[in-house]
Design a protein around this ligand. Sequence first.
Ligand SMILES: C[S@@+](CC[C@H](N)C(=O)[O-])C[C@H]1O[C@@H](n2cnc3c(N)ncnc32)[C@H](O)[C@@H]1O
Length: 315
Amino acid sequence: MFKRRGAKLATMVLTPVRNKLATAVVRRVEHRSFLQFTHNCEKQAFRKLQKSCVLFKIMDERIREQWDSNAEAFSGLIDGEGTPHHRKILNPCVEVLLGDVVGKKLLDAGSGEGYLARYYAKKGADVTAIDFSQRLIEASEQMSEKEGVTVDYRVDNVCYIESVPNVEFDIVLSNLVLLNVPLLNDAIHEFHRVLKAEGVLVFSIVHPAFNFFGPGSWEMGEKDPKTQRREGLHFKIDRYFEEEEYERYWKTREGEMFPEPISFFHRTLSTYFNSLSSAGFQLLAFAEPQPIDDDPFFDRESRIPFFAVFKAQKI
Ligand SMILES: C[S@@+](CC[C@H](N)C(=O)[O-])C[C@H]1O[C@@H](n2cnc3c(N)ncnc32)[C@H](O)[C@@H]1O
């Protein structure tokens, strides 16, 4: 009897450990071999094959599920206007780079909760917004209805946009999305395909050289009682060239953990620049925006860039 109980106990303790280990190994193999495959699939002919690749489908589905599960928490974090980092650092820069949007056909690719789609629709753009999370698209539709703004929302994947024909848009905006997609080149090619001649792509990412979710971290000092943030002593960076996937849990404004982790893909700046030029884009501007005022809350972000923004034109 003791033997049977012992075996049962061992199974109870060991099974979750074994499952965790197995998941970790599968993830590692999945993403290592997938990224290797991606690097070998630069040519157009291979990209079709890549999309039908089982590994890509598994990975894509896993990432889509993360966003679906996090949809409510993410919408709460955005809260119809973006976080202070978005409002005080990123969005003003993106708006300047987009220029005049009045009367322009604008695609918001990876629109999330849709606040930027609504913002630019209110400014006079004819906006289509795509996101592969059904739940985020539903939340966006509700917000649009509430605010009385017309945006054409579609569930679609930025790496293979099925709902948009060629040469359709004047502007593609993809805000903080490309660092979440496994197939960067495919997404950039798709943006090129759906843009009209001389159309403009503006996309932003968290700056990959100083991303504390990626290859770096701040050495922190004491908490500043005024800002409630810890002082940044200096930023430590390592393994910048190792392009890989990592997962992080975000927190809500109330400090609660999101239900699922989020996948990020660390890439060097040169990977982004080269992806643009190989798809047929010409770079018009590259920005590392600084906070718009000298709010001490953003001391760290005024010393090293938090975001990077690219503006490119279809040639
Ligand atoms: C960090 S959020 C940014 C959302 C929005 N652009 C914003 O600025 O608030 C990333 C968004 O990209 C979407 N996304 C990630 N990978 C995608 C893919 N392959 N196709 C379509 N949407 C994707 C996610 O569902 C999520 O809404």
